[in-house]
Design a protein around this ligand. Structure first.
Ligand code: PEP
Ligand code: MG
Length: 743
């Protein structure tokens, strides 16, 4: 199969202009030009069915008859994964589905390419040959270009675009996803650039197109610089300054010339600049779907966002027009700059089909205070602009076209929330204290410097967990000592004397720097975190030095993550003590503590308590290791509970032993941010809780109303009763509700 892509493209262009029903012509032309014995087009029909719509080389009687479900057979697999299938021996592939009516027995090799538009699969383009062989990269590239053209033709041939409902559907639909940022929004939906049509595909003069591309790229870069420069660096405009760090990382991606070069190559193959950018954006989107590493996905998402921005610039599209008040944005993916644009336009909420809580969009949504939901798959297939929707950022769901009573219930919840917010606001400057007068210090978990603004906004008592690795992940590499010291000094400056507990680098498992290759079967239990630090002491020492320099004589608290044995803690502590001897000025006070994330430490308490200045329980990892339940597996999420007998017994025993030894204990996992958990931990004697910003005021509000002297005997009875219960959450929550406590 050899090909002159420009010649094929110009023939296809002629064909498009001439033929009313061009599919049979198209497959004939492609088969001839690619010198392949079979070329077929499968088109997606309603109900996730792929139907053979045209073929050259297979039995013509199979057209309109041969059907596969999405996911079934090689063609179905290509549609469901949006991945190119390049198989020398297709019939022995485990997914092969034999369809005798097609007469495809003699053809061994097969290449299937998805036909996609705006992120949706419209069909599959297939070529087959008798000789068993791999198709070359050039051949794959060429067929993908044809598929792109086909994507413009298929809607006219009745392809279903993977939509399950016709336009103008009115039935309510609920899309369950992931909560990214709490809050409720009710309003009409606006769609984020999902259906861009009318792009000219083929160009006669590649040089002119390349020139347009580079001019547009420069314009885009200037626009981006202006957007970022318009974000104030600090002070009162906390929301805006909070976005800066993510945007800086984004600007680095924009400045990387690699992807523009790739667009240039596609233009040289005969496409217009717009079509080439769209094609590369599509490829990035598909690569992203296959990458599990969260960090790399974010980088690719930034690139896809940039490609869309470049497309807008190339097409000379106007900046966004006015949007209706209270509008809810629905997006397949959303880059940080795009979210800023929409925020400026006044959106009240956002739902993103492909977004995770740790993604850039989620980080920014939290910084900007926009209720947000992720992983609401399928929503864009059903929503139409202007449809009414309710976005529930607490439960992580989007209700499209809600029933009147559902809408009213949410409207009431929104009103009540307003009242609750007003009450919370009065708590900002009050210390955390329970109704019986027990002081509980409520601290902030921080990863990026932009989150420091939350210290004053929530009235947090300090930073109970500074995740130092997050800034390194954001920049894609470990910063040098000076840069690290600047990051840590900024945290101490903005804490203004409030305590800050720095945790040393916790890299590995799901937190990987680019280029890290993980060959372990269980990275969460593998070579990660302090284990790396002790094996690469130069790395850890550099960080410890940076922390000491940042303190510059102020008090310094450092803790080590993933400590499994006292000897590991001793070794880490020795490194810090040695560095501290060399650096002047010495910290006014140096506290060295450990996280408790690995249950084994519980059986080393007598020794540990002699060595450590404080202990911070990381409930996220501790729960995962106590119950052997991967913290990233959604189906296990509700199965194992901090409010369970084993976990409460563990905390109880630790608090009792630590109190006797005079060692303070805090909790810094996500559990601390949930009011019922916070109340229970406080009753067990934990008087320092560190959490994401969103938890501080709700927890403070609940604690203010709880009398621990009354709750403690109730909790003791609940823990004694119902032996073997999976969770003690219900009886604890019931007690709180009976008391009318604000859960
Ligand atoms: C924890 O494990 O609870 C913790 C706070 O650390 P991280 O979530 O960063 O692993
Ligand atoms: Mg942890």
């Amino acid at each position: 199969m050899t090909l002159a892509p420009r010649r094929l493209l110009s023939r296809l262009r002629d064909l498009r202009a001439r033929a009313a029903a061009p599919l049979p012509e198209l497959v004939r032309l492609v088969a001839a030009e690619l010198v392949s014995e079979v070329c077929s087009v499968y088109v997606q029909r309603p109900g996730d069915i792929l139907e053979l719509a045209a073929t050259e080389g297979l039995n013509p009687k199979a057209v309109g008859t041969t059907r596969l479900r999405v996911g079934e057979g090689i063609v179905g697999l290509c549609a469901s994964t949006a991945a190119v299938m390049n198989l020398p021996d297709a019939q022995n592939h485990p997914s092969f589905a034999y369809r005798p009516e097609t007469g495809e027995d003699p053809f061994a090799s097969l290449m299937a390419v998805p036909v996609r538009r705006s992120g949706r699969t419209l069909g599959v383009l297939v070529v087959q040959n008798r000789a068993p062989r791999h198709f070359t990269e050039q051949e794959v590239d060429d067929l993908e270009t044809v598929a792109m053209l086909l994507a413009e033709m298929l809607p006219a041939s009745g392809a279903a675009e993977g939509r399950t409902e016709g336009l103008g559907a009115t039935v309510p639909r609920v899309f369950a996803g992931t909560a990214l940022m709490a809050g409720i929004a009710i309003g009409p939906v606006v769609l984020h650039g999902t259906r861009r049509t009318g792009i000219k595909l083929l160009a006669d003069d590649p040089e002119a197109e390349l020139k347009r591309l580079h001019e547009a790229a420069e314009r885009m870069q200037r626009g981006l610089d202006a957007l970022i420069a318009g974000v104030p660096t600090g002070g009162r405009s906390a929301d805006a300054s909070a976005s800066r760090e993510v945007l800086e990382a984004y600007r680095l991606v924009a400045a990387d010339a690699g992807w523009l070069r790739r667009v240039g190559e596609v233009i040289r193959g005969g496409l217009t600049a717009e079509a080439a950018v769209q094609r590369i954006a599509g490829e990035m989107h598909d690569r992203m779907r296959r990458i599990s590493d969260a960090y790399l996905r974010e980088r690719l998402a930034d690139m896809e966002d940039l490609a869309n921005r470049l497309l807008t610039t190339l097409m000379g599209e106007e900046p966004r027009g006015p949007i209706p008040p209270g509008a809810i944005l629905l997006a397949r993916r959303l880059g940080p700059a795009e979210l800023l644009d929409w925020h400026a336009a006044g959106i009240a909420g956002v739902a993103i089909e492909e977004a995770s809580p740790s993604g850039h969009a989620a980080i920014l949504a939290r910084a900007l205070d926009i209720p947000a939901v992720g992983a609401t798959r399928g929503m864009l297939d059903t929503a139409e602009p202007g449809d009414e929707a309710v976005l529930d950022g607490d439960e992580g769901q989007l209700v499209l076209r809600p029933e009147a009573d559902v809408r009213q219930a949410y409207a009431r919840a929104l009103e009540a929330r307003g009242a609750r917010y007003a009450k919370w606001a009065t708590l900002i400057n009050r210390p955390g204290v329970t109704a019986d007068g027990t002081a509980v210090s409520l601290m902030l978990n921080v990863g990026l410097s932009m989150e420091l603004a939350q210290l004053d906004r929530t009235g947090a008592a300090g930073i109970g967990l500074f995740r130092t690795e997050i800034a390194m992940l954001a920049r894609g590499a470990i910063a040098d000592v000076g840069e690290q010291a600047a990051i840590y000094a900024r945290a101490l400056d903005e804490a203004k004397g409030r305590p800050v507990l720095f945790r040393t680098l916790d890299l590995g498992a799901d937190k990987l720097l680019p280029g890290t290759v993980v060959e372990e079967e269980n990275p969460a239990m593998g070579w990660r975190s302090l284990r790396v630090g002790l094996d690469r002491p130069a790395l850890l020492r550099r960080q410890l030095r940076a922390l000491l320099l940042a303190a510059g004589g102020r008090p310094l608290s450092v803790m080590f993550p993933m400590v499994a044995t006292v000897s590991e803690f001793r070794a880490a502590k020795a490194l810090l003590v040695a560095e501290a001897r060399r650096i002047r000025p010495s910290p006014e006070r140096l506290s060295i503590g450990t996280m408790l994330e690995i249950p084994a430490l519980m059986w080393q308490l007598p020794e540990l308590l002699k060595e450590t200045d404080f202990i911070s329980i990381g409930t996220n990892d501790l729960l995962q290791f106590l119950f052997a339940a991967d913290r990233g597996t959604p189906s296990l999420y509700e199965r194992y509970d901090v409010l369970s007998q084993p976990m409460l017994d563990l905390v109880d025993q630790l608090v009792v032993a630590a109190r006797a030894a005079g060692v303070p204990v805090s909790v810094c996992g996500e559990a601390a941010s949930r009011p019922i958990e916070a109340m229970t931990l406080a009753a067990l004697g934990v008087t320092s809780l560190s959490m994401p910003a969103s938890g501080i005021l709700p927890v403070k509000a609940l604690l203010a109303d709880v009398d621990l002297t009354e709750f403690r005997p109730v909790l003791a009875a609940i823990r004694r009763g119902d032996g073997g219960a999976i969770s003690l959450r219900d009886p604890i929550a019931n007690w709180a509700r009976e008391r009318g406590l604000p859960l």
